[in-house]
Write a protein that binds this ligand. Structure first.
Ligand code: NAD
Length: 468
């Protein structure tokens, strides 16, 4: 099918129409078809691993180790999980049948929604487009993918790989930015999966509401990191520095700010300094392991945050190179944009507290975060934080790592999002759970039919009691 010569809206309508017909033919529901296509995607990624890593380096100066750990290997692992569990996941799940239905079988059949739209951001431009796709394919949907326009090289490569290797009636990439996304959102999809900022998430939600389209919104926000006085300070510092500065802080679940017990603050800051020197040397700009800011707009936004307190480490910038040094800020002004907006870059504010309850109150006074971290060996204080705060996901005594457990659902709550995915949760998210009650003709109970009488009501009550 030739799609490039048509205007944007006509192209979208043509691809979507083809995907609707294909879905309606039941071809994408066939479990063997799903397996073959997942395997094909897996082979495609594996055969193009170097090209993908190169594109990620061009977009974000991502080191190939990080490109594999957080993007390529991450998606391959999700694919392996889907491939080995496809039979189990797609099987109808039996459900109990109350006695008054006798004789009948009950089960839950997972059916694909149909034609899904997946919209991705630029920070993990490969993983955040393809990991949801794995779930959509495993569940038997067709998909239109919209990569981020800011990850220019990765977007171009994914567009080429998918559009050359998959039939457009099954999978197709529409590359572009706001105009393309808004044109896509005018159409009726059966499911929309969006990853991006909270403000754009609201636009997506409104557009989906017009068609009553169900959505997953994987959004952002300020993810707090509490450091209790009872902790292993060396490991704590290392794990926070890693989670904050991987991908130059452009990670949706990076610790956004630190809430630390006053008693250990200065020790922690000293350990942070030692760790960063160990990771990136004296000049992180020269380190092959340290990333760059995605573009000028974000570089400028981040530069304004540097005036939000006292810089105790870093603070150096180089606009031409889109470089901002790993930066730690103390004596933070809570009203400054640094503490009012999601940072999404390599700047870490530190706020001290006297009592854990102050940290809890601070978190509760703000929108529910995508992630929450706590470093402590004190189970009582861990429990207080877990039971008093809400967050999409939590890692205790590490950062980011809950995302790397494919058995855990990954998603936000409140302002940080709706819905959760990864592994089997992705399959479930892209499947409608169809309730099926299959009755037999063996017994015909007369009491439900009119004309009703006192005896039928008596029997009805008995039957309903038995079913509880
Ligand atoms: P973004 O919201 O600006 O863009 C995301 C997508 O929406 C892009 O594909 C973009 O083309 C499209 N878009 C942008 N403006 C639009 C508009 N007006 N109408 C329709 N579509 C539009 O996000 P971003 O800057 O690419 O990514 C950063 C944000 O994403 C951060 O807030 C971060 O926390 C969040 N994020 C969340 C997760 C998660 O898993 N929850 C993961 C990564 C990033």
């Amino acid at each position: 099918m030739e799609t490039t010569t048509l205007p944007l809206e006509a192209t979208i309508q043509q691809v979507l129409q083809q995907q609707r017909s294909f879905f309606s033919s039941n071809a994408s529901k066939n479990v063997e078809f799903r397996r073959q296509q997942l395997q094909k995607l897996r082979d495609l990624i594996e055969n193009n691993e170097d090209a993908i890593a190169k594109a990620l380096h061009q977009d974000l100066h991502k080191h190939e180790f990080e490109a594999y750990a957080t993007e390529i290997g991450f998606v391959l692992k999700d694919l392996d999980k889907a491939l080995s569990n496809l039979n189990k996941w797609t099987r109808p799940q039996p459900a109990a049948t109350p006695l008054f239905h006798f004789k009948a079988d009950s089960y839950i059949q997972s059916e694909p929604y149909g034609n899904v739209l997946i919209i991705a951001p630029w920070n993990y431009p490969f993983q955040l487009l393809l990991a949801p796709l794995v779930g959509a394919m495993a569940a038997g949907n067709t998909a239109i993918l919209k990569p981020s326009e800011f990850a220019v090289h990765t977007s171009a490569l994914i567009t080429k790989l998918i559009n050359k290797n998959f039939a457009p009636e099954y999978l197709h990439v529409i590359a572009g930015g706001v105009e393309e996304t808004q044109a896509l959102l005018k159409e009726k999809f059966d499911y929309i999966f969006f990853t991006g900022g909270t403000s754009i998430g609201k636009i997506i939600y409104q557009a989906a509401a017009k068609h009553l389209t169900p959505v997953t919104l994987e959004l952002g926000g300020k993810s707090p990191c509490i450091v209790d006085r009872d902790t292993h300070l060396q490991h704590t510092a290392k794990r926070i520095m890693w989670g904050k500065f991987v991908n130059a802080g452009q990670t949706c679940i990076a610790p956004d700010y630190i809430l630390v017990d006053k008693k250990i603050k200065s020790d922690l800051v000293e350990k942070f300094k030692t760790c960063l020197k160990g990771f990136y040397g004296d000049n992180p700009q020269k380190s092959p392991y340290y990333g760059r800011i995605i573009n000028q707009k974000h570089f400028e936004r981040l530069s304004t945050y540097l005036s939000g307190g006292n810089i105790v480490l870093g603070g150096q910038t180089d606009a031409e190179n889109l470089y901002i040094a790993p930066t730690i800020i103390d004596n933070v002004d809570i009203e400054h944009p640094l503490m009012q907006e999601e940072i999404f870059g390599p700047i870490l504010p530190i706020i001290e507290y006297d009592h854990i309850q102050q940290a809890i109150d601070f978190i509760k006074s703000r929108p529910k975060p995508l992630a929450l971290y706590m470093f402590s060996t004190n189970q009582g204080r861990i429990d207080s934080v877990l039971n008093s705060t809400s967050a999409g996901g939590v890692t205790i005594n590490d950062t980011l790592m809950h995302i790397a457990n494919g058995s855990l659902p990954f998603g936000g709550v409140g302002d940080s999002g709706i819905g959760a995915y990864h592994g089997e949760h992705s399959f479930n998210l892209f499947s409608h759970k169809k309730a099926v009650l299959h009755r037999s003709f063996l017994i015909e109970e007369p009491i439900r039919y009119a004309p009703y009488n006192k005896i039928s009501k008596k029997w009805l009550k008995k039957l309903m009691d038995w079913t509880l």
